[in-house]
Design a protein around this ligand. Structure first.
Ligand code: MLT
Length: 247
């Protein structure tokens, strides 16, 4: 179990916002003012990102999820809403697999339920090797222009990626490549799910969100026209509204 750094603000039912790759809790900050009147918002840095250490030997997405459960129990919280962005969605799904009794509801933002294809896995390992050789600039160059559909966000995203430690980036790439397919899990969910996806997402097509919706009963899908992979940055008010439907 890994001790995680986190920021906490607001009051209401607990909501854990799980950031994507290769970012940290700061990715959620534009969303925070829209949520603190409704939720006790907890923003962790996943293992190896932000100010959270990477455990020796690295960790899987399942272990990242277990560290979140440990954090919640340490805060005296037996249940919480969880919303994950992209890789954070993979971690949220791992959490729901491990500890379904702790989930009040799930937000799935710009994410997908399936596993990587063998080609996708090979690309992740290639990128991990390039980061080991050249540092986080490799992923900053590749991803920062693609994350948001609004070019005004590129500099901030680039800066955020460049702040992340290379071992955390490398670990997360390997952990994402090894993650299981969570599609079969969805029909077991007995809590509400709110999906948010940008129709201009250049990394994960909106079709993946529609597939998740089709597998669920208690589900709300918000598709955002003209929005890319970063709805919390590109459309914070709409993203917050979608999360409030979980209440
Ligand atoms: C993310 O935004 O977390 C990543 O793009 C997810 C992924 O690479 O699968």
């Amino acid at each position: 179990m890994n001790q995680l750094n986190f920021v906490r603000a607001g009051s209401g039912q607990p909501l854990v916002l799980i950031h994507g790759f290769p970012l940290d809790h700061s990715a959620w900050l534009p969303l925070l003012p829209h949520l603190t009147g409704h939720f006790d918002v907890i923003l962790p840095d996943l293992s190896g990102f932000g100010a959270s250490a990477l455990p020796e030997g690295g960790c899987s997405l399942d272990e990242m999820a277990a560290s979140l459960a440990y954090l919640l129990r340490g805060l005296g919280l037996s249940r919480a809403f969880l919303a994950g962005h992209s890789m954070g969605g993979y971690v949220a799904l791992a959490f729901a697999r491990q500890s379904p009794h702790m989930v009040l509801g799930l937000g799935l933002i710009s994410t997908q339920a399936g596993a990587d294809t063998p080609e996708g896995q090979a690309n992740r390992h290639k990128t991990a090797a390039a980061v080991a050789e050249k540092g986080p600039g490799v992923v900053a160059d590749a991803m920062s222009p693609k994350l948001s559909a609004n070019p005004a966000h590129e500099a901030l995203l680039r800066e955020t990626i460049l702040r992340q430690p290379a071992p955390g980036i490398i670990n997360a790439l390997k952990a994402m490549a090894a993650r299981p397919d969570s599609s079969g899990l969805l029909s077991h969910f007995d809590f509400p799910v709110s999906i948010v996806h940008g129709q201009a997402d250049a990394l994960i097509p909106a079709e993946r969100a529609r597939e998740i919706k089709a597998a669920l009963l208690r589900v709300h899908l918000t598709e955002l026209p003209g929005v890319g992979h970063m709805p919390m940055l590109e459309a914070p008010a709409e993203t917050a509204e979608a999360l409030k439907t979980l209440l």
